[in-house]
Design a protein. Structure first.
Ligand SMILES: [Zn+2]
Lengths: 659, 460
């Protein structure tokens, strides 16, 4: 009897063979060794009133089950220029998905559902895109050509996204080096997915057609930290225009990663930049693992081209196996993977092995909901001893073979068998070209086969739009301040680094600068007020803080000859009552105007009483006790540092006297 | 005529010549806006003469303003040729033989990815390459009868098609599909209904509202529905087969004389007017909605009547229409006029003299209604009675376009006004009905609660 493989031990062993280094311990050297390269595609929605190709309103989202009508479509692959079907296209067609669109009259017209050709491109969106393109120092095109980019997942009812290049090349300066850009395009946003179960995928059309830009860099980032830095920079740059959308889903990142010997993998839809470093780290090692695995396979299997799975339908009731296969499963299918022993439990990502690559594809391509397979190298395989024996005898397994057992409805079985064959065959090549979905734990899931270059073609429904020199000049003349200047300004103002992100993300530098200039306030005070006081208070609020009001408050304080410190007391009240007038805030605070000499003359009275109190034994607590007594009266009336100094001085002299 | 090379003319052509580059060359262009590299593509004839179209390596197209160009260098040349892959259409014993007659409208096609030009798929092999499911429905053969755009279809083409249909039936075909652009599909359907009578097999006209170069196209499903109706359906009439709802669910079979294109861009644009459609079609088969149709037969007894007179016009009446509109038709030798009148079939007194003059000149004048739904009723008001006295014949509930086609067909056979009247008012295939069913007129108004509820539940 051959000895069964120990899945856990094999996973650990292959993890070590892969050379896995955990994220916290990885250094620039780790990535250099892998040949790590990464590029970014930053998607940023633009702040326009109407959608890009129709007059529906933007920024209105409805609940998934709130809709006025539904329509059903199917996507069909179209032939590529070589007369072949694109890999992704064919895969999507195999899945035979029924796509359902939910429509709300308020947010969608007949354009969204592909029953009307596009209206002329939204000019406002075009101007914002040119503005950002200019900030990136790009070459602006002479004429904008709307192009169709095919998507067969149904996320756009036409089956393609209308997109257009606005500028090419350009660069952004990172701390250590510049990163070049490939292009900036203006495009329509896709639908939001409601659900994707079995053969039915449901989308809502509210977001569909909203204008967004895509900024694409060359794959020049060589460490995860650089990827995050570039992502932040591009986001801050877009925000600096004040003309882009903010909030959940308004900015989304796709990251592509490759290592030496691997291939370009696109990780889609990352919603937080902070998630990027771990995601790209894990992906780099997933590629390394697949390459390590490949070496082993090639060593055992001399002729990969003729390698074939063997499969059979088991005459065993699905319910007879104690495994939670999907409800719709009709038959049990066994697939033998000759000479694949040790592969299914081979490490790929933390907590994942090669069997999950197969499981993911079975879900996406063959519509078999998870959990969808039992295999010879799962940790608890001995629980399926009876099944294992049956499969081995039916498929005449030999030592060194592996097997898989899945269940599904009749019509999905041929596709599923083909899917397993195809993915295993790809293991001989190394890393298959894929787009992958990001998960919160840093792992990724198979999403679809990476589309080929043949999916771009001109939009015959739209005429080219010339971009004359005058238009560019006009936009150039009102560009926001360059981002590198802002970064230098923050440094000069000695604003702590942890405040930068908040200030730039919310485009607060123009406001801060105005307050500093108009009212001669300390820059550090303004910046920390924004990035510490207000940020802290706003953390749980849904609505944004009315930053533009800040200038008015400073003006009010100045007119009433009130010291700036009082503003920190006023902020919480404004947050709770955004419409309140400033005088009422003072009333709510029970704040009164006091003459500073009155306040200073009260200092000796309090210091005397504190020193008599035997519970306060040290100088610091004595000062803070007096400060606490005087603070409500002093705030806004005198400089707090001066009053502090006065108290300290008084206590010191009193102590000396007492000694 | 101004010189043009692959769509480039004027200033753009000058620049291309000046720097010795060619269309299809891989070029490096230096401009005051920066450097661009890509393949120089042909330009659409109607676009301006100040830009050069470049396909970048990423697949995107951009235009470069020729005024900004300082230098162009050819670094390669890659002319592309495209064709649809041909795969032999498999013969399946037991499946009906169906003929697809091509008119030039593209149902199945593929895009030239660089220029955006549409390459039609037409031969059985090409169609099989594009819509392999067809082989599970029928044994398909194709013939290109001619190649014109939908808007250029006319008498010549109607007659040629009618003759071709007769020949195919003679040869024993089980069903005919006619691929056609959608704009004038209903005119052709009416013409073929009158020209091909006593049909033993289905004749299905089909088009697409979204060209098949897009993944969401209705073309493939329309072809499958048409093949099912032509090969397996029991209704032997000239019919239009297009989407019922805008969703990919089922098609409707509309009688060729009662159907009209009712939306400029919807997939479900064809509607039966003043009646209900004949049937629904899915890939599973044809489900008749009514049973008063002409059923399929095994004989080859078809009557082909390829006649058409091309001096017939439609006049769409509007308030304050002047008599010279009618006069000019008469003066130009028109023999038939179909008026689309207001309401029950009315025009203003202002044009009475012109109508009298036309009638006196022997012009056949027929009244239809702009409302599309409903009958002409000229006895209700004095106006109507006056008009009839002058010689205008009410055309019952014939649709204006159908009356136009039928009058042209009738005038093609005789110039005897009485004979024409007999032909016009004797229904051949439902162009005039005895009455209108209660559910023949349905235009729901969105916004009303019960309609909104219907739309929410049913895929419109
Ligand atoms: Zn819209």
């Amino acid at each position: 009897m051959q000895k069964e493989i120990n899945a856990d031990q094999n996973y650990q062993k292959t993890l070590i063979e892969t050379g896995w280094v955990c994220f916290e311990e990885a250094t620039a050297e780790t990535y250099k060794h892998l040949g790590f390269k990464s590029g970014l595609e930053i998607h940023q929605q633009l702040q326009t009133r109407e959608k890009l190709f129709c007059h529906c309103p933007t920024g209105i989202y409805q609940d998934f089950d709130d809709y006025d009508a539904e329509i059903v479509r199917h996507m069909r692959p179209t032939l590529s220029e070589l007369g072949e079907y694109d890999g992704t296209a064919l895969m999507e067609f195999k899945t035979r998905k029924e796509v359902i669109y939910r429509i709300k009259n308020r947010t969608a017209c007949t354009y969204e559902v592909d029953d009307t050709p596009p209206f002329p491109l939204n000019r406002q969106a075009l101007e914002i895109a040119i503005e950002i393109s200019l900030l990136l120092k790009q070459y602006i095109v002479g004429e904008v050509h709307i192009t169709r980019k095919q998507y067969l997942d149904g996320s756009i009812p036409t089956g393609f996204q209308r997109t257009a290049i606005i500028g090419i090349e350009g660069a952004i300066p990172l701390k250590n080096k510049p990163i070049r850009l490939i292009q900036l395009s203006l495009e329509e946003d896709s639908c939001r997915e409601v659900s994707d179960i079995g053969h039915r995928r449901i989308y809502t059309t509210d977001r569909l057609g909203m204008p967004l830009i895509e900024m694409v860099t060359y794959p020049e980032m060589l460490t995860p930290a650089e990827v995050a830095e570039a992502a932040h920079y591009l986001r801050f740059l877009a925000r600096s225009t004040g003309k882009v959308r903010t909030g959940i889903g308004a900015a989304r990142e796709d990251v592509n990663v490759s290592i030496t010997g691997g291939t370009r993998i696109e990780i889609k839809g990352v919603s937080h930049i902070r998630e990027i470093p771990l995601l790209v780290h894990v992906e780099a090692f997933r590629q390394k693992a697949l390459l390590t695995m490949r070496e082993k396979l090639v060593a055992v299997i001399s002729d990969p081209k003729s390698w074939q799975t063997r499969s059979c339908i088991l005459d065993l009731d699905v319910k007879a196996v104690a495994y939670p296969f999907p409800e719709s499963s009709q038959k049990l299918v066994a697939v033998l993977l000759p000479k694949f022993k040790g592969i299914l439990s081979h490490f790929t990502q933390p907590g994942k092995d090669f069997s999950s690559e197969l499981s993911d594809r079975l879900k996406v391509i063959s519509c078999l909901e998870k959990p969808n397979l039992i295999h010879s190298e799962m940790a608890n395989v001995e629980e399926f001893d009876h099944l294992a024996k049956l499969i081995k005898s039916r498929l005449k397994a030999e030592p060194g073979d592996a097997w898989i057992c899945f269940a599904g409805p009749d019509e999905d079985i041929p596709t599923a068998i083909e899917t397993i064959q195809e993915r295993c065959q790809l293991a001989f090549e190394g890393v298959p070209r894929e787009t992958r979905k990001s998960l919160a734990d840093g792992n990724t899931l198979f999403e679809r086969v990476l589309p080929g270059a043949d999916r771009m073609y001109p939009d015959t429904d739209s005429a080219p739009i010339p971009v004359p020199e005058e238009d560019i000049e006009q936009i150039r003349n009102s560009l926001p301040v360059d981002l590198p200047f802002r970064l230098a300004q923050l440094k000069e103002w000695q604003v702590p680094q942890d405040c930068w992100t908040y200030l730039l993300r919310n485009n607060l530098m123009p406001v801060a600068e105005q307050i500093v200039n108009d009212f001669e306030v300390e820059p550090l005070f303004v910046c920390t007020l924004l990035a510490q006081n207000i940020k802290g208070r706003m953390r749980l609020k849904k609505k944004p803080f009315p930053f533009s009001k800040l200038v008015d408050i400073f003006a009010f304080l100045k007119d009433n000859n009130i010291k700036w410190e009082l503003i920190k007391e006023m902020i919480p009240i404004i947050i709770d009552n955004p419409k309140i007038d400033f005088q009422s805030i003072l009333n709510l605070l029970s704040w009164k105007k006091e003459i500073s000499s009155d306040l200073f003359s009260a200092v000796p009275y309090f210091t005397k009483s504190v020193l008599k109190d035997c519970r306060i034994d040290c100088k610091t607590s004595a000062i803070s006790w007096v400060m606490g007594k005087l603070r409500p009266r002093a705030l806004g009336n005198v400089d707090m540092q001066e009053i502090f100094n006065a108290i300290e001085k008084q206590i010191t002299t009193q102590e000396k006297k007492n000694d | 005529m101004t010189e043009s090379i692959q769509g480039y003319k004027g200033k753009a052509l000058e620049v291309i010549k000046k720097f010795h580059v060619r269309v299809w060359s891989d070029a490096l262009i230096k401009s005051t806006r920066g450097e661009f590299q890509g393949i120089i593509l042909p330009r659409s004839e109607n676009d301006d003469q100040f830009h050069i179209v470049l396909k970048l390596a990423t697949g995107y197209n951009v235009g470069i303003d020729v005024h900004t160009i300082t230098e162009m260098t050819e670094i390669g040349y890659k002319e592309a040729h495209y064709k649809i892959p041909e795969k032999e259409f498999p013969f399946t014993p037991g499946l009906p033989k169906v003929k697809l007659l091509g008119t030039g409208g593209t149902i199945a096609s593929r895009l030239d990815y660089r220029t955006g030009a549409v390459i039609p798929a037409f031969s059985p092999g090409e169609l099989y390459g594009a819509v392999p499911e067809l082989a599970q429905i029928c044994n398909l053969d194709t013939e290109k009868v001619f190649a014109v755009f939908s808007e250029n279809m006319g008498p010549m083409q109607y007659k040629k098609l009618a003759v071709a249909i007769g020949e195919e039936i003679e040869k024993g075909i089980k069903g005919i599909i006619i691929g056609h652009g959608t704009d004038t599909l209903h005119h052709t359907a009416a013409a073929l209904t009158f020209m091909c009578q006593n049909l033993p097999i289905p004749v299905i006209l089909v088009g697409s509202q979204r060209s098949s170069d897009r993944p969401s196209s209705d073309a493939a499903l329309n072809l499958m529905h048409a093949a099912t109706a032509a090969g397996h359906g029991d209704i032997a009439e000239v019919m239009i087969c297009m989407f019922g709802p805008t969703s990919d669910e089922y098609a409707l079979l509309h009688r060729g004389t009662r159907v009209r294109k009712m939306h400029s861009s919807y997939r479900s644009t064809f509607r039966t007017i003043g009646d209900i459609p004949l049937a629904t079609v899915t890939r599973q088969g044809v489900q008749a909605i009514r049973n008063d149709y002409n059923p399929r037969r095994n004989d080859h007894q078809v009557k082909i009547l390829p006649y058409f007179h091309d001096k017939v016009s439609i006049v769409y009446y509007y308030p304050n229409m002047q008599p010279d509109i009618i006069d000019s038709l008469v003066d130009n030798g028109y023999k038939g006029i179909v008026i689309a009148g207001t309401g029950l079939g009315h025009v203003n007194k202002l044009i009475y003299p012109a109508i009298r003059r036309a009638a006196a000149a022997g012009v056949a004048i027929y009244m239809t209604v702009q409302t599309l739904w409903g009958f002409v009723h000229m006895f209700v008001y004095d106006t109507g009675r006056d008009l009839m006295a002058m010689g205008i014949v009410p055309a019952e509930n014939m649709l204006p376009e159908v009356a136009f086609i039928k009058l042209s067909w009738a005038l093609g056979q005789t110039s005897d006004l009485e004979e024409i009247k007999k032909i016009m008012l004797t229904p051949i295939s439902g162009e005039i009905t005895k009455g209108e069913p209660y559910n023949g007129y349905l235009i729901y108004q969105g916004g009303i609660p019960e309609v909104e509820e219907f739309i929410r539940k049913v895929h419109k």
